[in-house]
Design a protein around this ligand. Structure first.
Ligand code: VGL
Ligand code: ZN
Length: 209
């Protein structure tokens, strides 16, 4: 059990636990599969469970393959700012875009798909990388009277971090459960992300599931 007492205004937000971010996937996060049993143990403790699914069209603008001479992890300048380029991943309808086979997806009431617009990437479950295009999640959570969001999933330093930051900015108390997250970690991006999240008032909890 996590240290925090869970109430019925709490939400578990499960970010991108998809095959492409797990072992053997196109953008495998080191030890990514390890989050699955942790998240499955958390799910029954929450009245509100939301999953996100990275969901790109083939040839998405965030894929390095679309930028001649560029490699994954290179950055390019997009109209909305710097964008990191990635291997082709989570293509709509592909096996890599499916949730991890062992994740208890049936317990979720809401699945938010993101990153489906060709010119815009979306790390956050709330807003795309242009920081203005909303996914609708904030309104959904508010209509369900959610006050606090617990974030878990992949990857700590990208989609989990941006989701947690937007959650906080949208007015939800926000907790990141480290046991349920793993990071990509580009040049210290996990630690930099954790520091930034603490500065923004996000609670980082190391308590077990
Ligand atoms: C993610 C990079 C590209 C993530 C998604 O889920 O953290 N990272 N697309
Ligand atoms: Zn993506």
């Amino acid at each position: 059990m996590i240290d925090e007492k869970i109430t019925d205004t709490d939400c578990l937000l499960v970010i991108d636990v998809q095959n492409d971010f797990c072992a053997g996937g196109a953008l495998a996060v080191p030890d990514g599969d390890a989050v699955v049993p942790v998240i499955n143990a958390l799910i029954p403790q929450f009245q509100t469970v939301v999953l996100t699914q990275d969901w790109h069209p083939a040839g998405h603008s965030s894929f390095a393959s679309q930028h001649p001479g560029k490699n994954p992890l290179d950055t390019v300048s997009f109209p909305y700012g710097e964008q990191t380029l990635w291997p082709d991943h989570c293509v709509q309808g592909s096996a890599g875009a499916e949730f991890h086979a062992d994740l208890n997806v049936h317990a979720a009431q809401m699945i938010v798909r993101k990153g489906f617009r060709q010119p815009i990437d979306s790390y956050s479950a709330f807003f795309e990388n242009d920081k203005t295009t909303a996914t609708g999640l904030s309104g959904y959570l508010k209509e369900r009277s959610v006050q606090r969001v617990f974030c878990v999933g992949l990857a700590t330093d990208f989609c989990v971090r941006y989701s947690a930051e937007d959650s906080k900015r949208e007015g939800f108390d926000t907790v990141l459960l480290t046991a349920g997250c793993r990071g990509i970690d580009i040049e210290g991006s996990v630690n930099a992300g954790l520091t930034a999240m603490v500065e923004q008032g996000i609670v980082i909890s190391n308590s077990p599931a």
